[in-house]
Design a protein around this ligand. Structure first.
Ligand SMILES: Cc1cc2nc3c(=O)[nH]c(=O)nc-3n(C[C@H](O)[C@H](O)[C@H](O)COP(=O)(O)OP(=O)(O)OC[C@H]3O[C@@H](n4cnc5c(N)ncnc54)[C@H](O)[C@@H]3O)c2cc1C
Length: 374
């Protein structure tokens, strides 16, 4: 008998298993995938750790979380500073003084601020002329927040590729804020700590699950563990919540991304881990060059090849990876119905992005589990 049967070996399940085991509890972790680690799993290709389920950058302001993960595996100094390519011209992201210099040749923060304010005012005046006081869609919202040049070159077509619809057909609330920085700072995150585990996220998973019984290729619903009370006193379930309840109210929608990954015979293809392609002329949204997450300086060139993943926004269908919850009214209501059922389940804890139907970054998942054990 186990104290806990844990369904899912992602960060939620693995952190839970780690902390419970440290307190003397016996845990069994099962996962339907052929590997442990959930979405942070990395695959070694040509000596490079490839983020199989999409690029993952750990970032947090919480020192307790940072110290906890670093006590398991040291993290490197990777700093996320994406670049945007629009018709072959490069712009730094997030929007900062480097971007404004590249866009308009402005040198000082005052000049940049004036340019943005002028373009925002144009957008507001145009809406007023049409008899509109509040942005009616994402296009108007974006124009009012940052003005024509930034919106049209760096946001509009990228967003349309992501959502598969014109910005004029998307609701304004999708972009509430578009932060602009009047300093030369390309660091995407504002958090105090960020990095990648040295040797890949698999090292983190291995450290979390060290000494814990684990079974891969084991689907909870199609295995003996479905009768989990025979095996454990409590169940920790991190799979999709609608599946747990047999989709009795219907299926929740997801958004997904598909990846085309290839090996290229050059040590350094794009000079950066993340390059966004913000125009329609390129069908993918980004290219991730995985080696830049962990190889810096000469080590980049000591590894003669590189691995690239083109990312395509794709309509979710059954059998695909459920990546992002669709937090519209219909799906939020459906998720709430399932949460009410979940609250009535005895001895079952529902946690993680699939069971809560909620997008979480990695650090908040770790924080949540740490807090549960406090
Ligand atoms: C494309 C993408 C990019 C991301 N990038 C970042 C980033 O840069 N920085 C960041 O902080 N966060 C990022 N995240 C978020 C991060 O992936 C999540 O915070 C993390 O995966 C949550 O862990 P989890 O355990 O809840 O879920 P998961 O990692 O998905 O783990 C759930 C596990 O449950 C298993 N499972 C499901 N059903 C069953 C079943 N029936 N039987 C057995 N096993 C089952 C699954 O196989 C899976 O392994 C990103 C997410 C996505 C989708």
């Amino acid at each position: 008998m186990y104290d806990f049967l844990i369904v899912g070996s992602g960060l939620f399940g693995a952190t839970f298993a780690h902390l419970a085991s440290k307190r003397g509890k016996k845990c069994l972790v099962i996962d339907k995938r052929p590997h442990l680690g959930g979405n942070v799993y990395c695959e070694k290709v040509e000596g490079i750790n490839v983020h199989k389920y999409g690029a993952h950058i750990f970032h947090t302001n919480n020192k307790v979380v940072w110290d906890f993960v670093n006590s398991l595996v040291p993290f490197n100094r990777y700093t996320n500073s994406p670049v945007a390519n629009y018709h072959g011209k490069l712009y730094n992201l997030p929007f900062n003084m480097n971007t404004f210099y590249q866009m308009w040749g402005v040198i000082t923060p005052e000049e940049a601020r004036a340019k943005i304010e002028e373009q925002k005012a144009d957008a507001v005046a145009k809406m007023k002329a049409d008899g509109v006081s509040e942005p009616r869609n994402l296009e108007e919202q974006g124009l009012c927040l940052v003005g024509k040049d930034i919106f049209e070159k760096l946001i509009k077509e990228y967003t349309e590729k992501q959502w598969g619809r014109p910005c004029s057909d998307l609701p304004a609330f999708i972009i509430k804020r578009l932060p602009v920085r009047f300093v030369f700072d390309n660091n995407y995150f504002n958090d105090a700590y960020q990095g990648i585990p040295m040797g890949s996220y698999n090292k983190l998973t291995e450290a979390l699950l060290n000494g814990v019984d684990c079974k891969t290729n084991t689907d909870f619903f199609n295995s003996e563990y479905k009768d989990w009370r025979k095996y454990a006193a409590q169940l920790v379930y991190t799979g999709p919540i609608d599946e747990y309840f047999g989709y009795q109210y219907g299926k929740l929608d997801w958004r997904t991304v598909s990846f085309k990954t290839r090996v290229v015979d050059t040590p350094n293809y794009q000079g950066n881990a993340v390059v966004n392609y913000t125009s329609h002329e390129v069908p993918y949204t980004r290219i991730i060059e995985h080696k830049h997450f962990e190889m810096f300086g000469q080590t980049l060139y000591d590894c003669p090849k590189t691995v690239l993943s083109e990312e395509y926004s794709t309509e979710y269908k059954d059998g695909m990876e459920p990546y992002y919850p669709v937090n519209d009214e219909k799906n939020n209501q459906l998720a709430e119905q399932y949460r009410l059922l979940a609250a009535q389940e005895r001895d079952v804890l529902f946690g993680g992005r699939l069971a809560e139907y909620k997008y979480y970054d990695m650090a908040p998942i770790v924080e949540k589990v740490l807090n549960m054990f406090q």
